[in-house]
Design a protein. Sequence first.
Length: 94
Amino acid sequence: MAKELRIEAKVTVLNEAGLHARPAAQLVHFMHEYKCDATLHRLDDPDEKADLRSVLALLMLAAPKGCELGLDVLGEDADKAAEQIVDYFNRSFD
């Protein structure tokens, strides 16, 4: 049985257009590769959470450039998923 991991990280939206439809769709696509669950929440409003398997939920975060988000990933390959997600944010969704 695989060990369940929990990874927490902070990411910042660096893209001029914020967290918009294309990067939201890419994040959802990334999650298809992993056996874990992931959420983002706004650090300025922790009640605003989004499942990374839902484009609509990610868009509802309304995260503009400079917005800081908390990333929570839980599952057997959470470390790999978190690494890919954090890297995507650090590359300004490129």
